[in-house]
Ligand binder design. Structure first.
Ligand SMILES: [Fe+2]
Length: 251
């Protein structure tokens, strides 16, 4: 009799154990399925993040191209400034490379050259195109264009260094420039390069108040500015790169 009870209990335990085992297996399978669903969801969100990042970069590049179009349109209105920024950009890139700047940062300097005067969009036409000297009040307006330009390009994250160059392209080596009166090597290198290219192109282009200068005269004027308002070494590089007139007088 006692043996019969023992066997019955043992069978009951065995059934309970089997049932426990099966329910724990079922939970394990559920857990595995949940893990798989989580893994798929994680992969999807990762892909969404990558896609969003790509879209964001494309939007930034599209904004940059729009600003280039805007700068071109601004320049094209005036026969005297047409093509100025493109020439400044090309020359600035060459000076940068000659100064030992790596190709990537040299491209940023060139892009800043393309956009350096974008802030002039905020200057009234009668000031921008005035053939004679500007009044003090008009100069105050004109001197705002580097800050306005830097503010316009500020949202472009990939162009942060370019924004700095745009802001400082009218600083002078001796500290007499604007907007911040920086001097010497405190002026960012890219801004010093764009400044030299800007002055060289202005001297060798027609202006409402004078015809373009001959190469020798332009070089003479650059030499006067070298070490005063312009970085002497970068000015020498500019003279060297822009002509065979006097390559021996440079670097
Ligand atoms: Fe400017």
């Amino acid at each position: 009799m006692a043996g019969g009870v023992g066997l019955s209990q043992a069978l009951s335990y065995a059934r309970d154990l089997k049932s426990l085992y099966e329910s724990s297996r079922a939970r394990e399978r559920e857990l595995e399925q949940m893990q798989e669903r989580l893994r798929v969801a994680y992969q999807q969100s990762l892909q969404y993040a990558i896609d969003l990042r790509k879209t964001y970069r494309r939007l930034q590049q599209a904004s940059f191209r729009s600003l280039l179009g805007l700068a071109n349109a601004l320049e094209a209105k005036d026969v005297y400034t047409r093509g100025h920024s493109e020439r400044v950009a090309a020359l600035a890139r060459r000076i940068a490379l000659a100064a030992g700047v790596a190709p990537g940062p040299a491209d940023i300097i060139a892009q800043a050259g393309l956009l350096h005067d974008l802030g002039k969009i905020g200057i009234p036409e009668h000031v921008l195109r005035k053939p004679g000297p500007l009044s003090e009040e008009e100069w105050t307006v004109m001197r705002r264009h580097p800050i306005v330009g830097a503010q316009i390009v500020a949202p472009l994250e990939f162009f942060a260094e370019g924004a700095v160059i745009v802001r400082h392209h009218h600083e002078r080596h001796d500290g007499s420039g604007y907007p911040d009166g920086l001097r010497g090597e405190l002026i960012p290198l890219g801004a010093r390069i764009v400044a030299v290219a800007d002055v060289y192109d202005a001297l060798t282009s027609d202006r409402p108040y004078r015809a373009r200068l001959a190469r020798d005269e332009a070089v003479r004027r650059l030499d006067v500015e070298a070490g005063q308002t312009l970085d002497a070494h970068l000015t020498a590089l500019c003279v060297h790169l822009t002509g065979d007139a006097a390559p021996e007088r440079t670097v």
